[in-house]
Design a protein around this ligand. Structure first.
Ligand code: AHR
Length: 560
């Protein structure tokens, strides 16, 4: 008998909770940290959010940003700007793989999509799910394509032809110039099956599973290093959902078996699916109590909405939601480090924020048992792109502990790139993501920021100006990413270079517009597109910028 799965994601699950997200945020413990200098109890010097922002409330319209190349957070891991492809809707079929298309190569890969991904340089792509992975038998997706079964995917009630599987994904990664972040089925799948997939992918030859890969035409091992031990196992919507203790034990078992096959693996355990889960943080603690020694990282996920129940549809609240991501990172790290203390472990875990994005409109996940249904085809507007910029700033500021993050997803499904039979277009969120890939390199700078602020429930100090910056010693460049949350007014920002002032601007872009709800489409692909940002001038150790209202800007300077 077919059993309908009531919730297909945290999003659907959350939507049944009657509390608006920002009301729940308000009840969270206040965790403002003081500016590092000794400012006593003056409320003005409380930071806007969490760990690394060092933002000081400053009355008046102009913000000041103090930049010193000796004050850094951490080298940035390129995998911070990864993405995600799931067997869901048209992400794989019609998205990256479309053998019948005039736009595809001999392997069936969409050339226009490959070009786009190669050009922006996506470093790592999570695959094959998502909820899909928890019912996936990887053996269905390998071997001669004509013998592969058509399978009912129960996560999205869709048909998977299995024409694209592990080997096609690895070949696609090579063609796209990216690395795989492999998802494992720890729902219906067993630790033994997980270890068999590692053997199939990574062992050169002479064993049952490596020889099967060779028989399938892949003589060279794929060398997949990064693996996720299941997906959102805390969620009642997840196939094989179980208690934290059960999952932690299963993850530890899988990790041990997988490491016996390949000791070089980097393994990520499933943390909470989001802060609104009733088991938030308690799940993470219990899981880590079971598997801390066997894993390298813990996952976290988050989708932001702008419904009545999220923000009351208030753009000022919506644009502050990256501070909520900042808080989620701080809280999850606190749990990791508490378990580390319990275990007296020398090892510090890192975080894999392997699903994050805006997503709240196209939420129906029922594919009605068809192939490549149009599911989760969210249309992004300008304000979504501005928040995505803010979320990138938050990830950059937390680069000391967040080593992997995946914009969910990459093509057609809650995605920056949309395809049809004739081509593709870039959604609004494509731009801040591509700027991070292009300009955020080297080491993250620990900026001191003074900015006027506003309050929303749960966050007393939301700076109008939210910034992050990186310094690339090898390329001799500094890049600044700036969100202006002021919906009505431009904001002046004065940069004060405390050691070296830069010599000249090499790139300067801004995303802005009058209509926060404007979006792109096949008919109007450039309605929301980057504009040249007036090149800011530097005098001595000061640079003045005028950020337009409702804007996200990326500016890169070369160093003298
Ligand atoms: O990205 C869409 C879905 O959201 C994923 O399958 C799941 O992990 C999350 O709930």
């Amino acid at each position: 008998m077919y059993v309908y799965i009531e919730f297909r994601s945290e999003l659907e699950y959350e939507s049944i909770l009657s509390f608006p997200a920002f009301v729940l945020e308000a009840s969270f413990r206040r965790s403002h940290r003081r500016f590092r200098g000794n400012r006593g109890n003056d409320d003005r010097y409380k930071t806007a959010s969490g760990v690394h922002t060092n933002q000081i409330a400053r009355p008046g319209p102009a913000a000041r940003v103090f930049i010193d190349s000796r004050r850094t957070i951490a080298p940035i891991d390129r995998n911070l700007f990864g993405s995600f492809l799931e067997h869901l809707g048209r992400a794989i079929y019609e998205g990256v793989y479309d053998p019948g298309s005039k736009l595809s190569d001999a392997s069936g890969f969409r050339k226009d999509v490959l070009n786009e991904i190669r050009q922006i340089g996506v470093p790592i792509v999570r695959y094959p799910g998502g909820n899909f992975v928890s019912g996936y038998n990887w053996l269905d997706g390998v071997g001669p394509q004509q013998s592969r079964p058509r399978v009912l995917d129960k996560a999205w009630n869709s048909i998977d032809s299995n024409q694209f599987g592990t080997n096609e994904f690895m070949a696609w990664c090579k063609a796209a110039g990216t690395l795989p972040l492999m998802g494992l089925n720890l729902g219906t799948g067993t630790p033994e099956e997980a270890a068999a997939l590692v053997e199939y992918c990574n062992v050169e030859k002479g064993t049952k599973w490596s020889d099967l890969r060779r028989q399938h035409g892949f003589a060279e091992p794929h060398g997949a290093r990064h693996w996720c031990l299941g997906n959102e196992m805390d969620g009642p919507w997840q196939i094989g959902h179980m208690s934290a203790a059960e999952y932690g034990t299963k993850a530890a078992d899988a990790a041990r078996e997988m490491r016996n096959v390949d000791s070089s693996l980097k393994l990520v355990a499933c943390g909470s699916s989001g802060p609104l889960m009733p088991t938030y943080l308690e799940w993470d603690r219990e899981v880590l109590e079971q598997c801390y020694e066997y894993v390298d990282g813990l996952s976290l996920h988050r989708y932001f909405g702008n419904r009545d129940s999220d923000t009351g549809g208030d753009s000022a609240k919506f644009l502050a939601m990256n501070l909520s991501m900042e808080r989620q990172i701080a809280e999850t790290l606190a749990v990791c480090d508490m378990v580390r203390g319990h275990k007296r472990s020398p090892k510090k875990l890192w975080l894999s924020f392997d699903e994050w994005n805006v997503w709240y409109r196209a939420t129906s996940g029922d594919g009605h048992r068809t192939e490549a249904p149009h599911l989760l085809e969210e249309v992004y507007n300008l304000e979504d792109a501005l928040l995505v910029g803010g979320l990138i700033n938050t990830l950059v500021r937390n680069a000391d502990r967040v080593k992997i993050a995946c914009l969910a997803q990459l093509v057609n499904v809650i995605a920056p790139i949309m395809t049809n039979a004739d081509g593709l277009y870039r959604q609004t969120i494509y731009y801040p993501y591509s700027w991070a890939l292009q300009y955020a390199k080297g080491t993250v700078l620990n900026l001191l920021v003074e900015s006027a602020d506003y309050a929303i429930p749960g966050f007393e100090h939301v700076s109008y100006v939210d910034v992050a910056a990186t310094l690339d010693e090898s390329g001799r460049t500094v890049s600044l990413f700036a969100l202006n949350r002021d919906l009505a007014k431009s904001r002046t920002v004065e940069l004060q270079w405390q050691d070296h002032a830069p010599s000249k601007v090499v790139a300067s872009w801004v995303l802005t517009g009058d209509d926060l709800k404007a979006s792109n489409s096949f008919a109007e692909p450039q309605r929301v597109a980057p504009q040249a940002f007036p090149v800011p001038s530097t005098r001595g150790s000061r640079t003045a910028l005028e950020l337009p209202p409702r804007s996200y800007a990326a500016i890169q300077w070369s160093l003298a």
